[in-house]
Ligand binder design. Structure first.
Ligand code: ATP
Ligand code: MG
Length: 210
């Protein structure tokens, strides 16, 4: 792999990828002057029930469509090709080993950060990367807030809190809207909307969304 000074890694289920992910990735890249943003779709995310997630090949295809027009964006199939659960710590370890000179920023929304003390080996993870934490509508977090108290100090020391344009978009909401026959235009790139229609994805979904 090409050696860069610094990269951002955005892991997610991407079921499907949407403008919330893409805008966050681009704003972090710009703010931290990163050389590349690597999108890594999880094969089997530990926090989600397997039956509830769309086949990884469809999710991967949609991420590929989303990154196509940004030369800084790339997709990694590392987690998709790995067996077992998709733990971030294992993924970051691979990048660190391959590119020991590259500074790694793991991009994470505030909602995910609040759960980080449930992640596998989060202390080791924090020793290998920094965290570019992006704001997300619906989740309050700043360094003075109570929620910050539950974040382990190892992680806290490595956090860059970045304000990004707030997009109240989530994959769950998109799946629900498709299932109900509601429009998803302007929530994700048109090519992904077309992909969802062509493959009849998310037809059965009925989520409670609040
Ligand atoms: P789901 O509703 O299925 O959980 P999601 O929209 O939260 O989907 P994920 O794939 O779970 O998407 O998220 C991957 C990462 O992107 C997480 O770190 C999450 O916090 C972040 N993220 C997702 N949507 C947004 C958004 N609208 N703004 C900021 N960050 C986001
Ligand atoms: Mg999520």
């Amino acid at each position: 792999m090409q050696q860069f000074n610094n990269i951002g890694i955005l892991g997610g289920t991407f079921d499907p990828i949407h403008y919330g992910h893409i805008v966050a990735a681009e704003c972090v890249r710009d703010a931290l002057q990163l050389d590349r943003i690597i999108f890594i779709p999880a094969a089997r995310p530990p926090h989600k029930t397997p039956g509830e997630i769309l086949d990884s090949q469809h999710r991967l295809e949609m991420v590929k469509l989303a990154v196509k027009d940004n030369p800084y964006f790339v997709v990694s199939e590392l987690e998709i090709n790995r067996s077992g659960l998709s733990y971030t710590v294992d993924t970051i370890a691979v990048f660190q080993q391959k590119c020991p000179q590259t500074k790694i920023f793991f991009i994470i929304g505030v909602d995910a950060l609040l759960l980080i003390n449930t992640w596998k080996d989060y202390e080791r993870l924090a020793s290998m990367c920094s965290f570019a934490v992006v704001t997300r509508p619906g989740y309050q977090l700043n360094r003075d807030s109570e929620a910050f108290r539950d974040i382990p100090p190892e992680v806290l020391n490595k956090i860059h809190l970045l304000q990004v344009p707030g997009l109240y978009i989530s994959s769950s909401h998109i799946r629900q809207r498709v299932g109900r026959g509601q429009t998803i235009k302007y929530l994700l790139p048109p090519a992904i909307e077309d992909y969802i229609r062509e493959h009849d994805l998310y037809q059965e979904e009925e989520y409670s969304y609040d």
